[in-house]
Ligand binder design. Structure first.
Ligand SMILES: [Zn+2]
Length: 290
């Protein structure tokens, strides 16, 4: 089983479903950031949430989700399409944890906590919104975001199931209620979401997070067509070019001094821990307008 996203819509126009498996993505991101145990659940759910928001709102644009609480720290999930925004090539997601003290990441939810979501828009604008994250679970905060900030009527669930200290299954779904909704299907879906899918942990573990099966079960008995299947994975879009453009913001004078001293600028990407060493020769090019 591979991490993937499935998007589907019912023929009668009642619902759209987005289902994802993020097990591998979450396992890799938590390993890079050194997160384990109960913390892995909370971090994994935020990563999965960023993927789901992107897949629901605009698959070919970047979504960053930042959960923070005063004096507890913050964590960030950044889900972005591959260069060029070609969604058939899959999307990458990376994460970052900044703790204050040694509290559990679950403490990032609760009184005073906020979830900030930053979405890139088609012409380069940014859509940014903040909602309270006072509930005990990540799914609640993400659903509040979808309804309050995006005016998308939906039920959302994310999970990263931890057993024996490791993540054994991760993923989630969005069931979006569309304007053409009819009473019958709404009653059926409400019943289904309240009873069978109130907790998807057991389902995700039993079926290895199978996104297609999750979609099939959510839409059981409701004729639908699949709109898209794509790959989601752990990944970072850092590069030497991006590091250089960050260094360029230091200004010509400072860069000239580094070059004059013959220093090598060493930087490590805080998301994926890739080390970059930029030599004076490369830095000199920054000073020469091309
Ligand atoms: Zn990186």
């Amino acid at each position: 089983m591979q991490d993937r996203v499935i998007r589907a819509i019912t023929i009668d126009g009642s619902f759209r479903v987005i289902a994802v498996r993020t097990t591998d993505l979450v396992q890799q991101a938590i390993a890079i950031q050194g997160v384990d145990g109960g913390d892995a659940r909370v971090f994994g759910e935020l990563l999965t949430g960023a993927v789901l928001v992107r897949e629901t709102m605009s698959p070919s644009h970047r979504v960053q989700a930042i959960l923070s609480r005063p004096e507890r720290g913050q964590m960030l999930a950044d889900s972005h399409p591959d260069e060029g925004g070609d969604e058939s090539r899959g999307a990458m997601t990376r994460g970052l944890v900044n703790r204050v003290g040694d509290g559990a990441l679950a403490e990032l939810l609760g009184e005073g906590a906020v979830l900030k979501v930053i979405r890139s828009m088609p012409r380069g604008q940014i859509h940014q919104s903040i909602v309270e994250a006072t509930g005990a679970r990540m799914s609640q905060a993400l659903m509040t975001y979808m309804q309050e900030s995006e005016q998308v009527l939906s039920t959302l669930a994310v999970t990263a199931v931890v057993e024996g200290g490791r993540v054994v299954a991760a993923g989630g779904f969005v069931v979006q209620i569309l304007p053409e909704i009819h009473e019958g299907p709404l009653a059926l879906m409400t019943e289904r979401l309240t009873h069978d899918f109130a907790n998807i942990d057991a389902f995700m573990v039993e079926h290895d997070g199978d996104a297609r099966l999750l979609k099939d079960e959510l839409l059981f008995g409701l004729p639908h067509e699949e709109l898209f299947e794509g790959v989601v994975r752990s990944g970072c879009d850092c590069s030497e070019a991006r590091v250089l453009s960050a260094i360029a913001t230091l200004g010509a004078q400072e860069i000239a001094q580094i070059v004059a001293r013959g220093e090598v600028v060493s930087l490590t990407c805080e998301y994926c821990h890739t080390p970059y060493a930029i030599g004076a020769e490369t830095l000199r090019n920054l000073l020469t307008p091309s």
